[in-house]
Ligand binder design. Structure first.
Ligand SMILES: C[S@@+](CC[C@H](N)C(=O)[O-])C[C@H]1O[C@@H](n2cnc3c(N)ncnc32)[C@H](O)[C@@H]1O
Length: 433
């Protein structure tokens, strides 16, 4: 029997889904994707995913274990038509799921939360009403069992009735099995109990407490983690970052028990990365951590690293100058043109250094312009000429029977990561040798 679990993605849900399925595929897990939306994913497994898996993922915010499911039609009838029979059916589904009985008592008064993730458009404006209904149903059930309880409320201006991962952590809701996830798809609605949430404090610590910092060029540790998973990097594999800077990708890979080699043309970066990796080794007690940082040019790394040595290469080369203003299209093209030779030379060298079957996960610049057009680097043709194959991370074979990908997802590659406040974002390419 397949066991269903719910996953709440980060802001860039495409990247989160690609990371999750790559992580599972790399570990040969048997899984089906039952439902995809920007709000949540439902996946079923031959063997459930452990709560600690969340620490290996950069793009998943919460994981929940299914306790019950109901047709969304009942939810629609309950709240759009205010049908009392449907409301009774819904309340019964919640009480019969046993979710109230699973909540562990820490004090005389139980504290619990309900987060609603609604992908069904017609119900989105009613999410807060739905959340209160579920909270009250659970509270009534607890009262029937002679238990006093408090249902965690939200500030009025909160847009979605969802607890943040930080709130769940601070109130110890995981240990008490006291957060209920109510995930509404177009046809099916899933009720789950949160078993894990992303711990932002650990990522923050690695981002801001490492001894050598270089803020503007460093990649966020969560994105580094996502890219490492897209590269199919599992414990014991050799990962190379030939443009390692202060070593963010390398530090995340070490934490995933990979062996790592870094390279940078700038001697200051070589020393900084070394210092940071020593710090990670001490801080996380990674006595077996195996790393080497080389001073040199990534376009000549074959000499220093050797032929077909790396299981994966995960890297972010130069993305161009820090821009104070959104550039014109012409200037953006100039930036790309100037950087292109470095990327082209590097891709050829990466092919030689990678083992057969290895993956290259490469960031290229993605530039906003004043005309709203986004300018990116054309590397596909060059990569294919060299012998690489592009990896499309969303595969039909991952889908459960009857499940569907949102429009255009199956052919989506590369993946884009850009924030509203940024002028240059990242295109993330996955190639396979
Ligand atoms: C965008 S930064 C990488 C940032 C890195 N991911 C981090 O988190 O610190 C690009 C790095 O590539 C290095 N670099 C530029 N050209 C290089 C080359 N030809 N070979 C090796 N490193 C190079 C730069 O010194 C810089 O540290």
């Amino acid at each position: 029997m397949m066991l269903l679990q719910l996953f709440i993605p980060g802001k860039n849900w495409c990247l989160s889904l690609a990371e999750l399925t790559s992580f599972l595929e790399a570990r040969r897990k048997i899984f089906d994707v039952n439902y995809i939306s920007k709000d949540f994913f439902a996946l079923s497994f031959a063997e459930k995913i452990k709560a600690s898996t969340i620490d290996d993922l950069g793009g998943i915010i919460k994981i929940g274990n299914l306790v019950a499911d109901i047709p969304t039609e009942i939810v629609r009838r309950s709240f759009l038509q205010r049908n009392q029979v449907a409301q009774i059916q819904l309340a019964r589904a919640i009480t019969d799921s046993g979710i109230a009985e699973n909540i562990l008592e820490a004090n005389s008064k139980i504290l619990f939360g309900v987060s609603v993730y609604c992908a069904e458009k017609s119900l989105q404006s009613l999410s807060k009403v739905i959340q209160r209904f579920i909270g009250s149903t659970i509270k009534r059930q607890l009262a029937k069992n002679n238990k006093k309880s408090k249902f965690m409320g939200f500030a009025k201006d909160r847009r979605q009735p969802q607890l943040s991962h930080v709130e769940v952590l601070k109130k110890n809701l995981i240990e008490k099995q006291a957060e209920v996830l109510f995930c509404i798809g177009e046809k099916q609605t899933w009720i789950a109990s949160t078993i894990a949430v992303h711990n932002p404090f650990e990522f923050q610590k690695r981002d801001i407490c490492k001894p050598s910092q270089r803020k503007i060029f460093a990649i966020p540790p969560r994105l580094a983690r996502i890219m490492i998973n897209l590269a199919f990097c599992t414990p014991g594999k050799l990962l190379i970052d030939p443009f390692c800077g202060v070593g963010t990708i390398l530090q995340e890979a070490l934490l995933m028990r990979a062996k790592v080699v870094g390279m940078d043309i700038n001697q200051w970066c070589v020393s900084a990365a070394e210092e940071n990796l020593k710090w990670i080794k001490r801080e996380y007690k990674l006595s077996a951590a195996d790393f080497r940082i080389i001073h040199g040019d990534a376009c000549n790394m074959l000499k220093k690293v050797g032929f077909e040595q790396a299981d994966c290469i995960v890297t972010e080369p130069d993305l161009g100058p820090a821009l104070r203003h959104v550039p014109t299209e012409r200037y953006a093209f100039r930036i790309i043109k100037k950087l292109q030779p470095l990327y082209f030379d590097f891709i050829g060298e990466a092919y030689n250094v990678l083992k057969k079957g290895g993956r290259l996960v490469l960031v290229t610049p993605y530039i906003k312009t004043r005309s709203e057009k986004r300018i990116s680097m054309e590397i596909e043709e060059k990569s294919l000429d060299i012998g690489f194959q592009r990896v499309y991370p969303f595969k039909r074979e991952h889908l459960a029977e009857g499940a569907m990908f949102p429009d255009g997802l199956i052919t989506r590659a590369p993946l884009v990561d850009i924030e509203a406040r940024h002028k240059i974002g990242r295109e993330i390419h996955i190639f396979h040798k």
